[in-house]
Design a protein around this ligand. Structure first.
Ligand code: PRX
Length: 651
């Protein structure tokens, strides 16, 4: 860290007394949780409405398979919708939808509840029942939220697949979950243009490759011409015919709610399974306290897509469980102009903004002149998620976007944790730029060394979670062994999150990033192995190694090293290898996985046991002096790589 950055990160920002006195989450939460962790969580769970109250808070007898609030029964959608209408808040706005300029829509809690009831009837009429899987592949439009809640309402399980994923990725995920229904749209809007979605579903399903799928519901969004199959049904036709009467049935607390696929250290994505009562409890608790929510007056905006966990917990479930009013935005930050986000904030008077450091860094790059043209004075709390936020970006976010008056909550969590785990409480914590600070009340974590001993202050170690928490994943869909192996095998009885961290002298946590083969590009999780397997799937490629190289804007960027097949060298060199292979990855996985650079090499650095030494490749990708090569099977390999790259054969 530079001296200047050091100076920035040693600043402290205590809450103002005005904010502190009115804060939703008070310091007493820490005391209550410390006094009796399980009864603290029972109290949080009891803020939801249970059709049948629970008597048992946690059953950990079959660890690491947890059961929370296990004998209780509830309906997740009822808690997010009907409950608010019945409490007299039916006219409160739930969604302020903002599409392309001029394309807006508003849903009150009453209107949203009716839409979800109809959609629940549509699904039931299509034969979907509790426990069935429904794949959702939609843009950021109200129908995405309506679909998720309707699936939850009937006790079925959704698997939302980010609209940027390819047909191939869609196909793998649909088959892994054996989804019987897919909900998609003809397309969505990106940067002013219609961008098709349905063709990817058609490709994924073509030739009977997804035999579990019986129907595809299609939302008409863009009106562009699309292909039509016997199993396709227009969403609007089905909704028009559906009854708006629907009684929410109670389901057990451990009823599966959703599967969300995320990248792990091996090739195939993992279907992370979340269930109902514990998940909703922690999503609502964190959303309320971390963002200091005042549901009657706040206008909340989380910029994440529903295809990611942040969109599940902090667009769909947390805000709606808390009866919040939120903005739902379909477009990109920079279209039709660079001030689009700030225009949205000014227009709706957004008070709470939750976004990712990569976005903040890109706004920093274009300069404060753009946000300065808008009135952002409504903002009062700012959140950050997805990757470490560098102290300079933190301070810029606070000063330029937050007008120097908004607390920033840097929230650490994962798809697997379901909800925020580490974060300041904005009315309690004295903030430190760059540190996510301490576990939330009710959460217990430790930074451990190789021998499972807590590290000394200032030393780096493994970030672990030492006791079960309500929104923890309940497993990996269809693969209980992989769940144990991936999360519970590094330390006996302790969840290892994959991240490194250090503790400072105040006991605050600094997350250092992944210590495994998972990359973080623009806050999106990608697996080196998944991209490598896409690359070796190309006929030109014999071997591939992928690393995440640090990148000023995106945090990390994908850099690939490939060895070409002898038989294809001439053909590859005659074409644009770099472009062809980058496009190939994009097609196989999705544009987010597209490598920044593909380097052709003649050897890869490997240990004697054949493991690729990514550390050395990262040195090359980041233009650094190459580190210790003594454990290489053949120490001359790095010279070969460097000299080949130096000779200009970079791509
Ligand atoms: O490395 C950590 C990083 O994102 C990973 C989880 O990625 P994903 O499951 O896609 O969920 C992202 C949104 C919750 C973590 O293992 N990460 C997330 N938030 C932070 C972070 N790293 C540092 N600081 C954060 N606030």
């Amino acid at each position: 860290m530079s001296n200047q950055a050091d100076a920035v990160s040693s600043r402290r920002y205590p809450p103002t007394s005005e904010f502190a006195s009115q804060a939703t989450g008070q310091a007493s939460l820490y005391e209550e949780a410390k006094a009796d962790r399980l009864s603290f969580w029972a109290d949080q769970a009891n803020q939801l409405e249970w059709h049948k109250p629970f008597t048992k808070t946690l059953d950990w007898s079959n660890a690491p398979f947890a059961q929370w609030f296990t004998d209780g029964e509830l309906n997740v959608a009822y808690n997010c919708l009907d409950r608010h209408v019945l409490a007299g808040n039916g006219d409160r706005i739930a969604l302020l939808f903002e599409g392309e300029p001029g394309d807006t829509d508003t849903y009150t809690y009453r209107v949203l509840t009716t839409a979800v009831k109809k959609a629940a009837n549509v699904m039931t009429d299509l034969g979907i029942s509790a426990g069935d899987r429904v794949a959702i592949y939609l843009p950021m439009i109200p129908e995405a939220i309506i679909s998720m809640l309707a699936v939850a309402r009937i006790g079925a399980i959704h698997s939302v697949i980010f609209g940027g994923f390819s047909a191939e990725a869609l196909h793998t995920r649909i088959n892994d979950a054996k989804a019987s229904l897919v909900i998609t749209a003809d397309g969505g809007y990106r940067k002013g243009k219609a961008s098709a979605l349905k063709p990817a579903v058609d490709d994924a399903l073509a030739g009977g490759h997804c035999p579990s799928v019986e129907n595809v519901l299609v939302v008409k969004r863009t009106g562009e011409a699309i292909g039509w199959n016997a199993h396709d049904i227009w969403w609007h036709d089905a909704m028009a015919a559906a009854s708006d009467e629907h009684t929410a049935e109670a389901f057990p607390a451990e009823q599966p709610l959703f599967i969300l696929y995320t990248s792990g250290t091996t090739g195939t994505p993992k279907g992370i399974l979340h269930t109902s009562g514990g998940y909703l409890t922690q999503a609502a608790y964190t959303h309320r306290n971390v963002f200091d929510l005042k549901p009657e007056t706040d206008v909340y905006w989380c910029t994440a897509d529903v295809g990611w966990i942040t969109g599940h917990s902090y667009v769909a479930y947390g805000p709606l469980a808390n009866g919040a009013t939120q903005v739902l935005y379909e477009g990109t930050p920079d279209a039709p102009h660079a001030g689009r986000w700030w225009e949205v904030i000014e227009k709706y008077g957004v008070t709470i903004l939750y976004t990712a450091p990569t976005a903040i860094r890109s706004f920093m790059k274009t300069g404060r002149e753009i946000p300065d043209q808008f009135n952002l004075s409504s903002l009062r709390v700012l959140g950050s998620v997805g990757e470490p936020i560098n102290p300079e970006a933190w301070v810029w976010y606070r000063d330029v976007i937050g007008g120097g008056k908004c607390p920033i909550v840097d929230t650490w969590w994962q798809t697997e944790t379901g909800a925020i785990m580490i974060s300041p409480l904005p009315g309690v914590t004295s903030l430190k730029p760059g540190s996510a600070q301490i576990p939330l009340p009710g959460i217990t974590m430790a930074v451990l060394d190789d021998d499972a001993k807590p590290v000394q202050d200032g030393a780096a170690g493994y970030l672990t979670i030492t006791e079960p928490w309500p929104s923890m994943l309940r497993g990996i869909w269809g693969n209980p062994d992989r769940y144990i192996e991936a999360y519970w095998s590094r330390f006996e009885g302790i969840y290892f999150a994959g991240d490194g961290a250090k503790l400072d002298e105040d006991g605050d946590l600094w997350v250092l990033g992944r210590v495994d083969d998972v990359m973080n590009v623009s806050g999106h999780r990608l697996s080196t192995a998944e991209i490598e397997s896409a690359l070796v799937g190309h006929p030109w490629v014999a071997e591939a190694a992928v690393v995440g190289a640090s990148d000023e804007l995106t945090g990390q960027a994908v850099v690939a090293f490939v060895i070409l097949r002898h038989s294809h060298v001439a053909e590859a060199e005659a074409g644009d290898v770099n472009k062809v292979l980058r496009d190939h990855v994009s097609k196989e996985i999705g544009a987010i996985a597209r490598p920044r650079q593909v380097m052709v090499v003649s050897e890869l650095p490997k240990t004697r046991s054949g493991k690729i030494m990514r550390r050395l490749l990262r040195d090359v990708a980041e233009n650094r002096e190459i580190g210790d090569v003594t454990t290489l099977a053949d120490s001359s390999v790095m010279n070969l790589i460097s000299s080949k790259l130096a000779s200009g054969a970079k791509d």
